[in-house]
Write a protein that binds this ligand. Structure first.
Ligand code: 2RA
Length: 336
């Protein structure tokens, strides 16, 4: 299959190439597209060395699959023409996520939504990581309400965000200077910032509302009450989420653990006596999202649970989920 990664030099683009290789995606020719600045650079990939090309719509038209790790504006401008030219497009931006004609997919939850679509949206990282845990619990116990508080890694702001954390930490610890922020709204080293993406008229941020809107769409529950507080913290690439649910049916932590142990994409890490619980350090580089700290919620009693979820933002939150979507597109015939 002729596969193109568009936005190949960013944090997600680079991860896409790795994931394609690791999952032995049937690539006959890999093409890497980026801005003119990177064009001509040769990159080692699991499919051999590839020279980065400047993205031109006509150059990408003979791909079978385009994986987009670009801005929403870029995706809006170019994805429809690629699809019209017969390319299957998996878009990592928010451009089409809420479009009724575009499936928004986390394969463990709603692979069936892909149908015959040739343009499929990859969800916001925070949502993708939450729903792998929420969907099996919903199936077993029925979810009535969801409250999420996030602890989001700097990778959510791309390679520049991760670089800013490193740079600032060094500036403070090694050079004894004050942190200076360029990517984030405030210094991220030794701080937490309750502000991701733009503030909305209702006082929530866009990141928080993405969790609301996208969770509803992926889970097929358009009226599900969801509330989120999204916070940036000084970690590298794993988003952590404290999630509270109220359920329709009675639920116990042990019953929830049993359900989650059988759920695809989930690794239950919940043995507090041995200090085992989900953490960014242990979830880094893992395909599965860690779920733990499962306990009866003190407000909702036997109809409620609290849990803590950690998922690699660049993997389940982005590149892995995109490749898993491509694996499930019937027309691409990847499934073994
Ligand atoms: C973030 N959710 O963490 C965003 C990235 N898609 O900033």
């Amino acid at each position: 299959m002729r596969v193109g990664v568009i936005g190949a030099t960013g944090a997600v683009g680079r991860e896409l190439v790795e994931v394609l290789g690791r999952r032995r995606f049937p690539v006959t020719k890999l093409r890497l597209f980026a801005s003119g600045r990177s064009a001509g650079t040769r990159l080692p990939t699991p499919f051999g060395e590839v020279t980065i090309e400047e993205f031109k719509p006509e150059a990408a038209r003979d791909l079978d699959l385009a994986l987009l790790a670009v801005s929403g504006d870029f995706a809006k401008q170019h994805a429809p023409a690629l699809v019209a030219a017969g390319v299957t497009v998996v878009d990592n931006s928010s451009a089409f996520r809420l479009d009724d004609n575009v499936p928004l997919v986390v394969p463990e939850v709603n692979a069936g939504a892909i149908g015959n679509a040739r343009l499929i949206a990859n969800p916001n990282c925070t949502t993708a990581i939450a729903v792998v845990a929420l969907a099996p619990l919903h199936k077993a116990f029925g979810i009535k309400r969801v409250i999420v508080s996030t602890y989001q890694a700097t990778s959510g702001a791309g390679a520049e965000g991760m670089a800013e954390l490193e740079r600032e930490t060094r500036r403070v610890l090694v050079d004894g200077e004050k942190a200076r922020n360029e990517v984030f709204a405030h210094p991220i080293a030794f701080n937490v910032i309750p502000h991701i993406d733009a503030f909305q008229p209702n006082g929530y941020t866009k990141e928080e509302m993405k969790v609301v809107w996208e969770t509803r769409k992926i889970m097929g529950l358009p009226d599900l009450p969801v509330s989120c507080t999204a916070v940036r913290i000084p970690t590298m690439r794993v988003h952590a989420e404290a999630i509270t649910i109220e359920t329709e049916k009675p639920v116990t932590p042990e019953a929830a653990r049993e359900v989650l142990r059988a759920a695809p994409g989930v690794k239950v890490v919940d043995d507090v006596a041995n200090k085992l619980y989900p953490m960014p350090l242990t979830a880094t580089g893992q395909d599965d999202c860690e779920v733990g700290r499962i306990r009866q919620n003190l407000v909702f009693g036997d109809h409620g649970l609290d849990l803590f979820v950690c998922g690699d933002q660049l993997l389940k939150g982005a590149a892995l989920n995109a490749v898993q979507i491509a694996e499930r597109v019937p027309a691409l015939k990847v499934a073994a």
